[in-house]
Design a protein around this ligand. Sequence first.
Ligand SMILES: [Cu+2]
Length: 87
Amino acid sequence: MRWQRPHTRDIYVSSLEIIMQSLTIPITGMSCGGCVNNVRNAVTKIAGVTDAHVTVGAATVTYEPTLTNPEALRRAIAQAGYGVAAA
Ligand SMILES: [Cu+2]
């Protein structure tokens, strides 16, 4: 008899996708890989942030909106020393 893969995991994954949000934040004052690391460290230490794709000039952050919000992400980037436009 073949083992049947339970559907539970698929349901879990799709419900997880619904509660995650992704936001791209333009950032000024970044110039090199060190800046990229600084911004990545600043946002990934926020509770609720699950992924951050950072380049010179922008950060695309995936987060759980029940745990954090765009304003907290912008504030963390600004506190790391970079420029973010208000929403
Ligand atoms: Cu730099």
